[in-house]
Structure formats: structure tokens, C-alpha cells
Design a protein around this ligand. Structure first.
Ligand SMILES: NC(=O)c1ccc[n+]([C@@H]2O[C@H](COP(=O)([O-])OP(=O)(O)OC[C@H]3O[C@@H](n4cnc5c(N)ncnc54)[C@H](OP(=O)(O)O)[C@@H]3O)[C@@H](O)[C@H]2O)c1
Length: 274
């Protein structure tokens, strides 16, 4: 099978550089476009050197449309303010897009994302680790199986520079738990916006956020019942896991029909990356 040509948007960031490094180890993919913002200090630099690997002969540019002409699929790990324009560019170029960026809230809205997904394959993954993809299923299952007396709390910890809180993964875990409890997405997320004051409300999914140091990412879903507790926990030890998962998902996405996808869809995708 031909190598997938990948455009990385947000290439100068922590995740962008991790993606370039991971791609060097995966023969099935080739980074053919490297995109940063128009005011980036990295414009014109070699994407490989920027990532701390060998030169790739690939300059960082801010021209996403030109970049997409060189790519089969785009991976966006940038900033939420850029999500809409990145989506529009991929729609215009008819190129599949994986959005790993988190914190874009309702801009673009769910309806806009659905509309885009009628034209391009669109995978939205607030967490691209395969372990978290499985965790989502386990949480959905546990929330369905355990009676409502089991309170659900989502505890997440990240490095001190993370901008959004609770994390996109924590919100996705709440939505997964909500599906297991037959809650609508707004009901599942109702506890996410403010610190809780007073006793918890029956049925509400609670959130606790920790920010500090260089924690890559930890998520625990606690089911606290009368006399017993179940904790489902995931710890990311290295950004490389998100990068490898995103590249694996992008390889899969390249060959899909237009539609809305998640990491769940690629969980059992068995194409070897070696
Ligand atoms: N899905 C997952 O598994 C996962 C895992 C980790 C992080 N994330 C999310 O991924 C995003 C990036 O995380 P990070 O830790 O890499 O952040 P980061 O280090 O701040 O990198 C983001 C980069 O995006 C670039 N950027 C800003 N506007 C842009 C635009 N319009 N076009 C292209 N690039 C643009 C910025 O670089 P310049 O100023 O040089 O342009 C910046 O270096 C965040 O939303 C984070 O929450 C997701």
C-alpha cells in the first residue's frame, strides 16, 4: 500500500513535534506538509530539525491550502481558535481531517461538524491514545451496569501549561458515562463548568482538575457506591502515545468515506504500522 502523505497542522507545538518524531518511525506514513500559524517563529525552519530528528527537507509554512495539495490527510494539533479555519480548508480541498485539538467548545458547532462530515472523512479525537479509546468503552459499560447510587466523578491531571479545563478527554469520558446512564450530552456535562458548592446533586457527573509540572495526562473515572468504589484509570507516560495513535488513525481515515468518526472506530484496526 502507498505511504500516506500527512500534513501536520500545529507542527511547532509539543504535539506537532512529537508527531514528526513518531512519523519517522512508521514506514507507512510520510510527513509531506508542516503548518504553523502566520505569526509563528518557526516559519521557514525544517520540520525535522524542529522536532529534533534528521532534516526532512520540509519547511514549516503557514499556507494550509498549499500544504493540503501535498497531502492525503491532515492532522490538526494546534489551538482551538484555528479549528474552524482548518476545517474549512480541509473541506475546500476535500481532504480527510483528524482534529486532535481540544477546547474548541461549540465553535465549530456540532451541526457544522456534521455538515463537514458529509463532505470529508472527519475524525474528532480529544485523546488519540488507544488505551483511552478502550477506556471510553469501559466507562460506558460500567455506567450502564452500575445502579444510579454509584456517583460518577472524573478526575484529570495535566501539565501546568495546558490551556483548557476540564480536558477534552475528561469531557469525552463524561459523555461516554452519560451514554451509559441515558443522559443527553448537555446533561452529562452539566457539572463541568463550575466548582461544586454544597453536596453533589443526584445523578450529576462531577469533575476535578489538577494542573502542575509536566504531567502528560492522567484520567480516572470513579464510580463511588455505597460501601464500594470502582476506579478506571489511564496514565499517559509520554506524548508519543498520542502521536502514534493519531498517525494510526490518520492512516485509517485516509481510506474512509465522508463521515463522522472517533478513535473507537479504529480500535480494532489491525493494519501493522511496522
Ligand atoms: N488529542 C490528543 O490526544 C491530545 C493530546 C495532547 C494535546 N492535545 C491538544 O492538542 C493541542 C496542541 O497541544 P500542544 O500541547 O501541542 O500545544 P502547543 O505546544 O501550544 O502547540 C500548539 C501549536 O499550534 C500552533 N498554532 C497556533 N495557531 C495555529 C494555526 N492557526 N495554524 C497552525 N498552527 C497553529 C502554535 O505554534 P506557532 O505559534 O508556532 O504557530 C503552537 O506551537 C491542544 O489543544 C491540546 O489540548 C490533544
Amino acid at each position: 500500500m502507498e505511504r500516506a502523505r500527512v500534513a501536520i497542522v500545529g507542527v511547532s507545538g509539543r504535539m506537532g513535534r512529537a508527531l514528526v518524531r513518531a512519523a519517522c518511525e512508521i514506514p507507512a506514513v510520510r510527513v509531506t506538509a508542516a503548518v504553523a500559524s502566520a505569526h509563528s517563529a518557526s516559519l521557514g525552519r525544517d520540520a525535522g530539525v524542529l522536532a529534533g530528528v534528521e532534516p526532512l527537507g520540509l519547511e514549516v509554512s503557514s499556507d494550509l491550502s498549499a500544504a493540503l495539495a501535498q497531502a492525503d490527510v491532515a492532522i490538526d494539533f494546534s489551538q482551538p481558535q484555528a479549528t474552524r479555519s482548518n476545517l474549512d480548508a480541509c473541506r475546500a480541498a476535500r481532504k480527510p481531517l483528524l482534529i486532535g485539538t481540544t477546547g474548541f467548545a461549540d465553535d465549530p458547532s456540532e451541526a457544522e461538524l456534521d455538515a463537514a462530515a458529509r463532505e470529508i472523512p472527519l475524525l474528532i479525537a480529544p485523546n488519540t491514545s488507544l488505551g483511552v479509546a478502550l477506556l471510553m468503552d469501559l466507562v460506558r459499560q460500567a455506567a450502564r451496569a452500575l445502579p444510579p447510587e454509584f456517583d460518577i466523578e472524573i478526575i484529570e491531571a495535566h501539565h501546568r501549561l495546558k490551556r483548557d479545563a476540564p480536558s477534552g478527554t475528561a469531557l469525552a469520558l463524561a459523555r461516554a458515562a452519560g451514554e451509559g446512564r441515558d443522559l443527553s450530552p448537555p446533561q452529562a456535562l452539566s457539572g463541568s463548568s463550575a466548582a461544586r458548592i454544597g453536596p453533589r446533586r443526584q445523578g450529576e457527573i462531577g469533575f476535578a482538575v489538577i494542573r502542575g509540572g509536566d504531567i502528560v495526562g492522567e484520567h480516572t473515572v470513579l464510580f463511588a457506591g455505597p460501601g464500594e468504589e470502582l476506579r478506571l484509570h489511564h496514565r499517559a507516560g509520554d506524548r508519543a502515545i498520542f502521536a502514534r495513535g493519531a498517525l494510526r488513525a490518520a492512516l485509517w481515515l485516509r481510506d474512509q468515506q465522508p463521515g463522522r468518526y472517533g478513535m473507537r472506530d479504529i480500535l480494532h484496526y489491525d493494519q501493522s504500522l511496522r
